[in-house]
Design a protein around this ligand. Sequence first.
Ligand code: B12
Ligand code: SF4
Length: 527
Amino acid sequence: MRILLYNPDNGVTRNFMPHLWMFLLQSLTPAGHEVLLIDGNAKPMDEVQIAQYVRDEKIDLVGIGAMTRMIAKAYRIADAIRATGVKVVMGGPHVTELADEALGRDGGPRHADAVALGEADETWPKIVNDAMRGELKEVYAPVDESGKERKPSLKQYPVIPWESIDLDQFNLVPHAAKAMLQKVGEGWGTFRIVPVESGRGCPYGCEFCTVTGFFGDSIRFRTNESVVNELLLLKARARKEKGQMAVFFIDDNFAINVKRTKSLLRDIIAAGAQVHWVAQISANLLRDEELVDLIAASGGKWIFIGMESIDPANLKDVNKGFNKPGEYAEVLERLAKRNVYAITSFIFGMDNDTVGVAERTLAQVRTWPPGLPIFGLLTPLPGTPLYNRLEVAGRLTRRKHWKEFIPFAMAHTPLKMSIAEAHAEVKYGWARAYSPEALAAAVDSLDDQPLGYRVNIFLARLCFRGIYFPMMGKLAWVKVIAQNRRTIFKLAKEAVFGRGVVGRSAGREVIPDNAGAHEAVREASAR
Ligand code: B12
Ligand code: SF4
């Protein structure tokens, strides 16, 4: 069969990284089938185009995976494909929780011929074989022979053939610049961020998160050897094509078992398998100095920390009391000392939030080493304890918010402010944290570091700005470059002429109170 695996775009920003499930299922497909991959973020297609593609390419089976926020698009694409007579299987966190919705058993229209519940590592080969025989079932659950739920072990992890997979659609370097950039340094003709998992599961059970329910609270790991070999494969490919390969360890909590993480990082160093990497680690696990040393030595550059709130009452409400806002600064300093920086994620609209929460949060952020703060709204995802609590309390304002996805929009009423006020807080957070002045201050706060670090923080901030202020067209980029021309000029001057007299500035990011932020706020209001 010719099988297409498709991941819809989220309709707002382009993902910087492809989705692991596609490569994983491709590697787990029984021999004798051809598997094509399309990530809608890299190759946007509408319903008419996908239907045409399926016909032109003579596709026999389509697999679609989607998070809740892309499910409406996923259903539309599935409908268009099914209308051509080709069967559609859906999987991923959303349909696992709401299989009846996808199968049209909840009174609504049917979108999928079959649904794979939970982790599909072991069910995917069965699905392909059943489809081949024309005996596709409606629901595939990861169970053992006696019908008991079984979480796949990661000890026999498949080898993803990174050396030969077509990764053209995932190159972050513009096509026009490829040939020229191949000659720069070790080569920058391609730059890709590739998802790699080293383990699954998180026992913490935060109220808003689907992970503990989906992957279970039993944590499973790949062998160090299999992870190290994967990194070596990625490095070899980057070298061969005169490009760069960075890795996002997508484990929910990369250091959930600190002993194991240290042993993996040591093995990576010993094998010379270091690549630049990003991972998600909760703040409580970053108290360990030796772990942070190993993170830096093994290539760790950015750590994503789900801080969520600076208010302990909020954290307790969502079962994340293990986060201690009092130690955030210390944790971030510990990382920054090794030139590792943090993506700090905050959620507004929590039950104890009041108007002004964004400014209170930013006041703390400004005292920390420069990083990439991101702001979202508390979102009741189906199947989470949060969803159930809000439903029982009658607080959901859009019970099926995923049917009409709106970015940065609440689906329930917060307790101590209105929905509109919560939206305004998020807007304020993004506008202030990513204003030209804030970007300049972040760069200046690294004045005692080599140019590369300052360019890195500047570029990363520009890209992250696009999460809230989508920069999809050339015009949007021109505008943002013009707004940040002073910082760009300063960095360019230093690159050409070297550095003059440099004095370390205030040490940390100090953002002028009002200057310039108005411009960004105006832009935010215009969205
Ligand atoms: C990496 C990641 C991201 C990346 C982007 C995704 C990417 N390019 O990889 C980044 C960091 C950008 C991101 C952002 C967000 N993420 Co995210 N992310 C993850 C994370 C940590 C890993 C995903 C992964 O690769 N897992 C490993 C693979 C193997 O698992 P899997 O994808 O579930 O696939 C398995 C099964 O689901 C199934 N399967 C999946 N698809 C299909 C399709 C078919 C046909 C079949 C048969 C089977 C199948 O088989 C696979 C193998 O077992 C997950 C948590 C997690 N551990 O999964 C959250 C997760 C997916 N994210 C989540 C959320 C909420 C978000 C955000 C909306 C957060 C926010 N508020 O901004 C954003 C939005 C992203 C966007 N662009 O729209 C939620 C989604 C819950 C939901 N119901 O939708 C998750 C589950 C985490 C959570 N807190 O609950 N995320
Ligand atoms: S620590 Fe992260 S992955 Fe684990 S339950 Fe909490 S939010 Fe989810």
